[in-house]
Design a protein around this ligand. Sequence first.
Ligand code: ATP
Ligand code: ZN
Length: 483
Amino acid sequence: AISLFATKVTIFHINDTHGHAWTFSEYKNPNIGGFAVIASIIDKERAVNPNVLFLHAGDLNTGVPESDLLNALPDIFVLNRMKLTAMAVGNHEFDKDRSVLEYQMSIAKFPFLSANIYKNGKPFFTPYIIKNVGGVKVAIFGLTTEETAILEPLYSSDLEFRNAIEVAKELVPKLRAEADVVVALTHLGMGMEHEGDYTTSEQLAQAVDGIDVIIDGHSHTKLAKAKVINNTIIVQAWEWGKILGKLELDVENGKIANWNWTPIPVKLEGNEEALYVKVPLDIFAKMGSEKLDTVIGETKILLDGERAHVRSGDTNLGHLITDAMLWKTGAEIALQNGGGIRASIKPDKITIRDILTVLPFGNTVYVLKLKGSELLKVLEYAATIPEGKGAFLHVAGLTWKSEGGKVTEVLVNGKPLDPNKIYLVATNNYMAGGGDGYSLLKENKSSGYDTGFVLADVVVEYIQKGLNGKIETYDDTPRYIRK
Ligand code: ATP
Ligand code: ZN
């Protein structure tokens, strides 16, 4: 039958919200984001058009202490109220152990979609859903970056991350047969060229026919307009709910006849806040604030955790964190990945919130015994890490040099490294699990144990007791010199 009218289907989407359920401020950019604002924008559309879908392309977890403390309960509680249709599983959904993810899935009234994550030969998550939207059948399937196995080795090692293109090639024809519109909800990231063996959403569009729309996440890409590759519309909504993507589709006779994509800036100014979202978020924030606002000390200097700095050299904050590991464990050497240091601390009173903003991952401290020769291999790997990578190494207890990617000097407490001596080495559980390519630490893991000390708590205790709550200066002499 030929229908005379097109059905208008509107898909709202966000991705990589990383705990940013609440409105927040950035430098020169006050009162941005916030799920209550997003809800009011979506509600306006729902009032005039019943055919609305709302999708999240993954990485709900990790980044705001109020959310992290409660394992993203606030975010999920309000997304339920906002009638989120579905979420893709992002790599950061594996930041904490599996029981946390299972808890999140149990309270969510929306499915966590991923068609390419397998366990024992079966899909571990719901691969897809099909929604009837005003008579239009919309299939939505999830895909998760294969990089998750490398980025999150700790809590994903029992899972198999199958190639996104191969999975989609098999699944899309089936969905096409059942639905009018096929949407891939992907946590893959944008970009055609990259290092490493993983699929991006653009490569997916190029390689697989029959996907109408890709709603993407992972690369935190700010798009001015949608991309089209191989007849597939590709969109992404930057990060932290700062943009709400709005994709309007006119579906006629089971086909997209027209479409339009708008990236809507999310800010308080000029918008309303939906109270059914704002009120519970305020309550959740209060639950956390007593703990988070606790002052643990004061710093007169900037403790530098700037992304570009901690991924290219050692900083006073990297020193403080690794020194705290030594102080707590009595190990001789401490190792910390720069990518695990997520923010600076400005000269002011220091609160628990500040520390959890620097160290949001909930890492624990791992202690292992490493032969000098093994430790040297770890440093040989670290010397090859390009600047800008999260794997960039911060150390305590040793100083070292490299030239052209080769290690030229290693001193442990001022003495040359002894290849036959066994050293006690503290690190975080992410690196001990082989994170950031430190597979050598993983191989030696059996020689050590997880102390169970949460790294952020260790740093709090070190500032309070080790430094008596006062930081006037801190060692910023480079411990690693690279030529
Ligand atoms: P996305 O949110 O899109 O996945 P991201 O913000 O995690 O991206 P990057 O900012 O490049 O991506 O950070 C990745 C780096 O973060 C890793 O290389 C690693 O250094 C660090 N990292 C990620 N997860 C952990 C973890 N659980 N513990 C410690 N460090 C981590
Ligand atoms: Zn992300």
